[in-house]
Design a protein around this ligand. Sequence first.
Ligand code: PLP
Length: 401
Amino acid sequence: MAAMNAAAPDREQVVRRYLDNSATTPLCDEARQAMLRAMDVYGNPSSLHAAGQEAAMLLRTARGQVAGALGVRNPVPGEVLFTACGTEASNTAILGTVYAKKHRVGNRIITTDCEHPSVEEVMKRLEGGGFDVVRVPTKGGVLDREAALAALEVPTLLVSMMMVNNETGAAFDVSDVFKAAKRKNPATITHCDAVQGFLKLPFTPASIGADLVTVSGHKIHGPKGVGALYVSPALIRQKALQPYLIGGGQESGLRSGTENMVGICGFGAAAEAGYARLNEHIAHMVSLRDALVDGLCEAGIQVNVPAGRRAPHIVNLTLPDIKSQTMLNYLSERGICVSSGSACAAHGGKTSRSLLAFGLTPHEADCSLRVSLSAFNTAEDVQALLTALREGCSRLVRIKR
Ligand code: PLP
């Protein structure tokens, strides 16, 4: 085994350096405190008695906090729906609108060729059901504007595009395409999976021209198992979103099921805390990212996604003929956590669709690592990673092409 070439350091001595924040982030103090408080509020927010109203108050606060972090003041009922995760929010956004609108604006849906499975798998199912799905190329980390505009020539039901790719870290100009779609046909619905863009890039749903925006708690130092879907007041008025989960009518009838109060309160607190320090956090991540990119270039390691198109927190790199899994194990033995793709791709063991769409060869994709930062990382984390990568590159056995 290649990784066995180098002696593993003593586990007791190892300091953990967590650089896999696109998979999930550590909980912030604000979220932890809010969750501890919410654990003692046992009422059901739908109950009309005092215990229920106490919970309803916490729910309102959290909704205001998530809305506020999206730049939305005083959200109307239904404008921010809490869901069980980002995956559910995107499933709701896509399935809830295309079936509500199927017979109104044709059956074309436009997306990209590198969406997270929570969107791509829905697209595949819709294609099987007769929808005409067009995937706009994202080669080189750039959304192909001409291809998107050409696809919009056919009456389009929905445009669903991610803000930041979770594997390459490419930040896409979705706003340009969403606005072009609305100019062409105001009835076209626009959805953005902003799970990797929320509190990493400054935006509001209105600023990017999105009717629907997906966000997730555990990518912003909140808990796992909670997400939210922003729904524009216009869509609510037009009843253009049908509920995906039906039942007791919670969340303005758009997402039934008793709310995950502890998760929601943690998510709200994390969103508020992250938004309050957004510019500072972005500047910090950008400076760490740039130090990392400089160090990688000095070490002769290929950095994917050119400058100017990178999100502040994700760097994708290709190792010189070393399997990403081999390097991942080597780094992990030294306390450094990075990823050889997204957490979901790691389970499937398949070559990353996003990296192939970016333009890497299958060999390059299999030698690629994702480093993802958060506001909690330090310059020491980045230096420790660079040192270990340099050592790893000289010690690990290379694979033949
Ligand atoms: N969209 C993107 C871009 C993601 O990176 C992820 C998670 O990695 C998701 C959606 C799914 O979010 P969740 O884990 O909350 O379902």
